[in-house]
Design a protein around this ligand. Structure first.
Ligand SMILES: O=P(O)(O)OC[C@@H](O)[C@@H](O)c1c[nH]c2ccccc12
Length: 260
């Protein structure tokens, strides 16, 4: 069993426990009462457009361990927004990443930019949670979903007004994402089974996506040189976590990545 398989199994249990505490209908009512979603898709750059950055709030990860244990999610999100982040990604997985839905809600209350709920979605319930917490988009990881579940969850996002960032790691997954109707495709440079990071993954797959699909290069972007390399390969959007959280001046790094 790989790390991804372990996390997905844990998610099924997590959702069952939360559903027992708050049934779908009650959660759906909270989601319906949330302020309308902001335009996550519109905030991203089209193919050939200027480089835009989705900046991530990430305390820890299974691959890196603790990144910044005492990270203040709200203060970090404010830095990102002030530095011109197109959107902010908030990890909401607790055991693996030190995040929570409380982080997402606190960030929502503090900034106006579109927010992505970054988690391992296996159930529509998590989309309702995302919307109730004020998220504008949710991550769907193709590697973790059967095709009919991917379709169902993409439809669920549409019904709730959430954008879906559909994550792939190879050509077969990219085809599955497009077949399911993804409009925003993230190419994860990190293999979620082995944690090996290779920017060539985005360099290869992003140019093969249809021009109408918004592409995002995810993971392993540390320097303006990395950003420039991806831009040359046609990347218009970058999702950056660890390097921004580790940076002494996250705003300066974010601006430098966007100007690469
Ligand atoms: O911290 P990095 O290497 O800049 O990566 C950010 C983001 O791409 C990464 O956190 C991520 C991409 N896909 C995920 C799926 C689940 C959890 C985390 C992720």
């Amino acid at each position: 069993m790989t790390v991804l398989d372990g996390i997905l199994a844990r998610k099924v249990d997590e959702v069952a426990a939360r559903r027992a505490a708050e049934p779908d209908a009650a959660l759906a009512a909270r989601a319906a009462a949330a302020p309308p979603p902001r335009g996550f898709e519109a905030a991203l750059s089209p193919r050939g457009g200027p480089l835009r950055v989705i900046a991530e709030v990430k305390r820890a990860s299974p691959s890196a361990g603790a990144i910044r244990a005492g990270l203040d999610a709200v203060a970090q999100a404010r830095r990102y927004a002030a530095a011109g982040a197109a959107a902010i990604s908030v990890l909401t997985d607790g055991p693996g990443f030190g995040g929570s839905l409380d982080d997402l809600m606190a960030v929502r209350a503090a900034v106006d930019v579109p927010l992505l709920r970054k988690d391992f979605v296996v159930d529509r319930y998590q989309l309702l949670e995302a919307r109730a917490a004020g998220a504008d988009a949710a991550l769907l990881i193709v590697a973790g979903l059967a095709q009919d579940d991917l379709r169902r969850l993409l439809d669920g996002c549409g019904e709730l007004g959430l954008a879906a960032l559909v994550e792939v790691h190879d050509d077969a997954e990219a085809e599955r994402a497009l077949a399911a109707g993804a409009r925003i495709v993230g190419v994860n440079n990190r293999n979620l089974h082995t944690f090996h990071v290779d920017l060539a993954t985005s360099e290869r797959i992003l140019p093969s996506l249809p021009a109408a699909v918004k592409g995002v290069a995810e993971s392993g972007v540390r320097t303006p040189e990395d950003a420039a390399r991806l831009r040359r390969a046609g990347a218009a959007n970058l999702l950056v976590g660890e390097a921004l959280v580790r940076a002494e001046d996250p705003a300066a790094l974010l601006r430098a990545l966007g100007e690469a």
